[in-house]
Design a protein around this ligand. Sequence first.
Ligand code: ADP
Ligand code: ASP
Ligand code: MG
Length: 406
Amino acid sequence: MALIVQKYGGTSVGSTDLIMNVANRIKTYYDQGHDLVVVVSAMGDSTDRLIEMARRIMNNPPPREMDMLMSSGEQVSVALLAMALSRLGVKARSFTGGQVRIMTDDAHMEARIESIDAGVVRQALQERYVCIVAGFQGVDARGNITTLGRGGSDTSAVAMAAALSADECEIFTDVDGVYTTDPNKVPGARKVSRISYDEMLELARLGAGVLHSRSVEFASKYGIVLHVRSSFNNLPGTLVVREEDVMEKALVRGVSLKTDEARIAVKDIPDRPGLAANLFGRLARSRVNVDMIVQSSGKENRNTIAFTVPEKDLLLTRQVADEFFKEIQSGSLEVDERIAIVSAVGVGMKSHSGVAADMFGALAAENINIEMISTSEIKISVVVHIEQGKKALEAVHRAFGLERPA
Ligand code: ADP
Ligand code: ASP
Ligand code: MG
């Protein structure tokens, strides 16, 4: 008999009927004698609705109160799922993150899990209970409720699997696996049977919302195989595994689109040592997540540094830049929110040249202008105008032969 951690996302528990569907699925495993820990998200779009209510009260609500509010969605779904299992005659118990001692740092709304003392869960498993754990939430050292960032229930599940040394970790969602790109955006996308941790991590960071990027970091660190599959059918999904366990070779495994980033240009700053360190040091201390950095020098020893930041960090970025300009007594800021980042990811790129040229060629053929470029060993990202994002995604997907055969 195995210890299985399963995670069900928002759509999979979007109504009481769907919660009964999930309960029936769990019962099948339970009846086979397995031990089950089930992590669930809030029902449907209820987290979005909670956030909307907060925004109606104020623009910039205190993060601690946002976490108190947002974590409530998961408390509803764990309780309902435990009831649904009881109705089917399955012993079940629901737990909040705090009850399972999912300890995090104090970075509200973006907290990191530091440790889990799953003692209560182990005890309940021994008594043959199915343990239903609220995803997305934890507590900090002072007992404040924290949340792990949007989509964070995946990370709760993988962290539980690591803490309990589970035999399997299944991520049930509304698609039947990881595709070459978002199948809801590009209908010709193809399901991949296996993908490496590194590829999945890059894709998740670069916009493939199917997994929370930190869940992939956890899985990679603890060697946990993730099985991403549908809660609506029994098809095998996608395995996220070590690179050497991916059978099918591919130059580009997948492509992604990210539209919630903004491009910042810090202009008119003197060309002298230490200024980039000063600016990016300030941004790092404010926990602004900077990506793609490009410096260009202009006239009279004046530089422009352009970079991307998540749109949600824009206010903070402006504040940090203002302090920086005040100190160096020059500089100005330009912000462009109308951008999209399109990326191609694949470990096959490590040993091949010309991938970037092919990607740029595909974009040129569609008359799409590239505003910024960044590369790593296994990915190439470009910034394009937001209105060309989808077209660029399709062009790159096609250029690397990722479509499903007709
Ligand atoms: P859940 O609520 O189950 O966590 P999410 O909405 O967070 O579900 O993630 C599933 C969604 O991820 C899919 O509906 C799909 O639109 C999107 N997605 C983005 N990129 C990919 C990809 N490469 N493969 C599969 N799904 C993707
Ligand atoms: N309910 C949270 C969200 O909507 C966490 C999750 O779904 O994983 O972001
Ligand atoms: Mg999700």
